[in-house]
Design a protein around this ligand. Structure first.
Ligand code: HEC
Length: 101
């Protein structure tokens, strides 16, 4: 991934957290609860419906590799899968390829 894409990705996501006021879809579901438990300790957990999955995929891939969030307790592979599943289900359609999530 080139640096400009990385920086703009982080910027978009950062703005989401600062301005985010979307409530979470299906917030009572098991997947949503895991996500909130893991991701809202330090800041408001952004809603999957804020962005297409492609953007979330980039972020989660970085986080899985340990980039960013140095103080965060690592999530297990299974927890990442659960969170990814939740985001895949509720993310916005990809603007460049609307038939795919
Ligand atoms: C240990 C505290 C902590 C936890 C837990 C945490 N975050 Fe963060 N997060 C931060 C801080 C601090 C920032 C501010 C940007 C920075 O300094 O990295 C941030 C920023 C972000 C951003 C903005 C873009 C960026 O990376 O800078 C996103 C998106 C994000 N977090 C998603 C998540 C998700 C998803 C989880 C759960 C897997 C999570 N966070 C859990 C502390 C945390």
């Amino acid at each position: 991934m080139n640096r400009r894409v990385l920086i703009s990705t982080l910027f978009i996501l950062y703005v989401t957290i600062l301005t985010g006021c979307q409530s979470l879809p299906e917030s009572d579901s098991k997947n949503a609860k895991l996500y909130v438990a893991k991701c809202s300790g330090c800041h408001k957990a952004p809603s999957p419906a804020d962005h297409p999955y492609k953007l979330w995929d980039r972020l989660f891939t970085m986080m899985e590799r340990g980039y960013q969030h140095p103080d965060m307790p690592p999530l297990s592979q299974k927890e990442w899968l659960t969170i990814r599943e939740y985001f895949q289900k509720y993310a916005l359609p990809d603007p460049e390829n609307p038939s795919k999530p």
